[in-house]
Design a binder for this molecule. Structure first.
Ligand code: S3P
Length: 182
């Protein structure tokens, strides 16, 4: 395991039944999640994709029609439902950890591990350039840095933070796999 990766899950926890990936937009949660699920022979579920499938609307449409607070409530309820699944890697939307109920729910489940893909804002802006139409939060440039910093505190409550800027998706999966199986 690389020196700056700190696995904080107590050793006496039972083996994980689900792994939840968190991190800011563009951290690679979906890409890494798919690869990690494959490596574990588990299923993968992206929370945003599940919301889009169940509502029949895109995330951008939901933000436009109902606003952010409404979306956060639906996101929380969806995560509650998906945390009932086993042998699954879940990719959260970048803002899900802003909800204290969601944080508590994830961190209090002994068989759930929360993994933070830690990305710099510079990388976020590069990777997400041109995706403002599907990522409403990215449009609010004025508050992006503030949001980023506020969320970082919550992301860092995760069992493991992996700095991903210089790693390939496979490199991130190798790091997570090594930490989980050590
Ligand atoms: C959001 C991130 C998006 C999506 C929604 C809000 C956020 O997910 O949930 O647009 O608040 O950061 P990704 O992190 O997968 O882009």
């Amino acid at each position: 395991m690389s020196a700056n990766v700190n696995y904080r899950a107590p050793v006496l926890l039972p083996p994980p039944r689900r792994i939840v990936l968190t991190g800011f937009m563009g951290a690679g949660k979906t890409t890494v999640g798919l690869l990690l699920a494959k490596r574990l022979h588990w299923r993968f579920q992206d929370v945003d994709a599940y919301i889009e499938a169940t509502t029949g609307s895109t995330i951008a449409q939901l933000f436009e029609a109902h606003g952010e607070a409404w979306f956060r409530q639906l996101e929380h309820e969806t995560i509650c439902e998906l945390l009932g699944w086993n042998s699954v890697v879940l990719a959260l939307g970048g803002g899900a950890m802003e909800d204290s109920r969601t944080r508590k729910l994830i961190l209090s489940a002994a068989t759930t591990r929360l993994i933070h893909l830690e990305v710099t804002l510079e990388t976020v802006l590069r990777r997400c350039a041109g995706t403002e139409s599907v990522r409403p939060i990215l449009r609010d440039r004025e508050h992006l840095q503030e949001r980023f910093e506020r969320r970082m505190t919550h992301y860092r409550e995760s069992h493991l933070s992996v700095p991903v800027d210089r790693l390939s998706p496979v490199g991130v999966v190798d790091t997570i796999y090594a930490a989980l199986t050590e």
